[in-house]
Write a protein that binds this ligand. Structure first.
Ligand code: ATP
Ligand code: MG
Length: 399
């Protein structure tokens, strides 16, 4: 199931990049066939797209031979073919002063000589017949990989790491609370890497307008995330109704009452769209609203599970992760986060039952508040890094 989903997801990214290349799913790998008329620019684009697909450990352009071409009558591999192909690639990839290595791997041991023998033999051939003259087995500038399977032979001159993990759409549907900072985009990315399909909800200080939203920080963030989540909706929910019902935002309890409003509204939407859990970028004690007491008091307001993949991360780790994954440049852009508007004098030891008392006093009709807020939401659809449609009525949007 995972492998079929992975193949579908790769096909999606490849076709979205404008190509219809055939994917052949094997036992331990997927073969993406490069058509004869493709040039290196095409290959680069597909490599880039595939290397972003969750579930992909690594991706390589490689020279491939089926058994009919590389197995001799007695089933042994055609070593002459392996040598010829490796030397040709070694010539093409030659760089002065660079060090190389041959890394061989065989899955079938009956007819093929041991990997280390292949490595020594081919390494010597490369030194004797090409301009390469320096070997570094541990840390080569260029590794030529030979993979001999029963039915396939690959000779691999390049390799790119993918994110690993599991293919999106293999783990169920979640709704991620996305803010403009570092944490929640990474949290969303991590849940997608464990196979979740992810939609986003973002609370805005004013009523969302398609024109004002166009190319805003949140627009670009969701667009970027959808390269990995493949298909996502961003629900922009105004908290203007919340603002109107609250008597005084500077009260110490206001921040936590607001947090619970976000949680409740998100839970409501999640149920509406069939998401099974919420996701947040919470990290224990990172800011006042994320003390253990406050997290407990916040999520006490809802019954849906809240997944917090960053809960035990240090801020440094999160920022480092955002550099690696590529969200850093977007996240550092200034953004007027709602919480900076409200949190003046935050409390750090909130108690759910006390918050509830305030809510009963300040927000007499909670259901109506949620209904109004979601009723004025904007829903923006993204696919594979591109924006598709914008809807003004979220409830019309089909699953
Ligand atoms: P981030 O870096 O994700 O902005 P943060 O460290 O600023 O997080 P908080 O502002 O306390 O932390 O928010 C905690 C979590 O609550 C966020 O990670 C996000 O999941 C959610 N959240 C905060 N603000 C919003 C918002 N305006 N809309 C949707 N979710 C939000
Ligand atoms: Mg924030």
């Amino acid at each position: 199931m995972f492998e079929e989903q992975l193949a579908r997801n790769m096909a999606r990214r490849i076709s979205d990049a404008g190509y219809r290349w055939v994917i052949d799913t094997k036992r331990n790998y997927h073969l993406i066939q490069i058509p004869e008329d493709a040039d290196y620019e095409d290959i680069r684009k597909v490599l880039q797209a595939v290397s972003e697909v969750h579930g992909v450990k690594w991706v390589s352009p490689s020279v491939w031979f089926p058994a009919s071409e590389f197995r001799r009558e007695d089933h042994t591999p055609d070593y002459e073919l392996i040598k010829k192909t490796t030397l040709k690639l070694a010539d093409a990839y030659y760089k002065p002063d660079a060090k190389f290595a041959i890394k061989a791997n065989r899955s079938e041991k009956q007819y093929t000589i041991p990997s280390d023998e292949i490595e020594r033999w081919l390494g010597t051939e490369v030194i004797n017949h090409t301009k390469w003259d320096k070997v570094n087995l541990r840390n080569p500038d260029r590794a030529f990989r030979i993979r001999i399977y029963t039915r396939d032979l690959f000779i691999i001159p390049e390799r790119y790491d993918g994110p690993g993990g599991l293919p999106v759409n293999s783990a169920g549907h979640v709704l991620s609370l996305l803010s403009g900072g570092f944490d929640s985009p990474i949290a969303s990315w991590l849940m997608a890497r464990r196979g979740c399909s992810v939609d986003f909800i973002h609370f805005t200080a004013s009523h969302p307008h398609p024109e004002l939203f166009e190319n805003s920080k949140m627009d670009r963030l969701a667009q970027w995330l959808s390269r990995f989540t493949l298909q996502s909706r961003l629900f922009l929910v105004p908290y203007t109704y919340f603002d109107m019902t609250m008597p005084d935002h500077s009260r110490p309890k206001a921040l936590m009452v607001f947090r619970r409003f976000m949680s409740r509204t998100a839970e409501h939407l999640a149920e509406e769209i069939g998401a099974k859990a919420l996701v947040t970028g919470d990290s224990l004690s990172q800011v006042a609203s994320q003390t253990l007491d406050n997290l407990v008091a916040n999520y006490d307001a809802i019954s849906m599970p809240v997944l917090q993949p960053l809960i035990g991360y240090n801020k440094d780790d999160i920022v480092e992760l955002s550099r690696q994954i590529g969200s850093y440049d977007l996240s550092v852009e200034p953004y007027k986060d709602c919480c900076s508007l409200i949190a003046r004098n935050p409390e750090i030891k909130a108690k759910a039952h006390l918050l509830q008392e305030y809510e009963e006093e300040w927000i007499p009709d909670y259901d109506k508040l949620i209904e109004q807020s979601l009723g004025d939401a904007l829903c923006v659809e993204y696919r594979c890094g591109k924006k598709l449609n914008t809807y003004t009525n979220t409830l019309v949007v089909e699953e």
